[in-house]
Design a protein around this ligand. Structure first.
Ligand SMILES: [Zn+2]
Length: 218
């Protein structure tokens, strides 16, 4: 991966981290507010924000809800939370988000630390399933990968938050393949996901052997 590509990826990660962390803040703020609104979700409140473990559970549940009418807390629905967040965004898109973006920096990996995730001399390799970028390229060329979304994402490697609750903070990021990233989602911690990744790795290696055998047979 070239230096320019890493810079581009870093910018994407900062944006993703900001959107996600702000969403987490607004969700927690809504929960904490006695009147269940976001009137006091100010840059000052954001700068001081520390997530409580239980609030992460609420956040996950709100994202996994199938319907807006689903309960969010004892006294509110996912729809009410969603509306409050949308209204907040409507207001702050006009006012600007610079103060929030500034405060977000402490929750996000620095560009130097991010750059260190990408080895310059060696090939990219998934930390979970152990398959390399070159092996995925071989499988894709041989028609052994069905995923179509790859074309739009453009790469088989992504940045994963090992412990989802901690987001894109320094020390919490890992380089992994698209499939491990997708399967792990926000639901599983790295150690919980490891047995799943090893099973996926066995399937990929079997497909690689099939590719090798069929090229030998030609
Ligand atoms: Zn993987």
């Amino acid at each position: 991966m070239t230096a320019a590509e890493v810079t581009k990826r870093y910018k994407e990660v900062v944006k993703r981290s900001f959107d996600r962390h702000l969403d987490l803040f607004l969700t927690a703020h809504f929960l904490r507010s006695p009147t269940q609104d976001l009137a006091n979700a100010t840059p000052q409140a954001y700068a001081m924000f520390q997530l409580e473990p239980l609030e992460w559970d609420y956040y996950l549940r709100s994202h996994q809800a199938k319907r807006l009418s689903a309960a969010f807390s004892a006294t509110s629905t996912v729809g009410a939370l969603d509306q409050a967040i949308q209204d907040w965004w409507g207001k702050h898109k006009v006012q600007g988000l610079q103060a929030f973006q500034q405060a977000h920096k402490q929750h996000c990996i620095s560009e130097d630390d991010f750059r260190a995730l990408f080895p310059l001399e060696t090939e990219l390799c998934c930390v979970y399933c152990g398959i390399t970028a070159g092996q995925f390229q071989r499988l894709i060329r041989a028609g052994q990968v069905q995923t179509k979304r790859l074309r739009t994402r453009g790469s088989t490697f992504e940045i994963d938050c090992r412990e989802p609750r901690l987001g894109y903070a320094a020390g919490n990021l890992a380089l992994c393949c698209y499939w491990c990233n997708n399967a792990k989602s926000d639901e599983f911690k790295a150690e919980e996901f490891q047995p799943v990744a090893e099973a996926l790795g066995r399937v990929w290696r079997q497909r690689l052997r099939n590719v090798d055998n069929s090229s030998l047979a030609e």
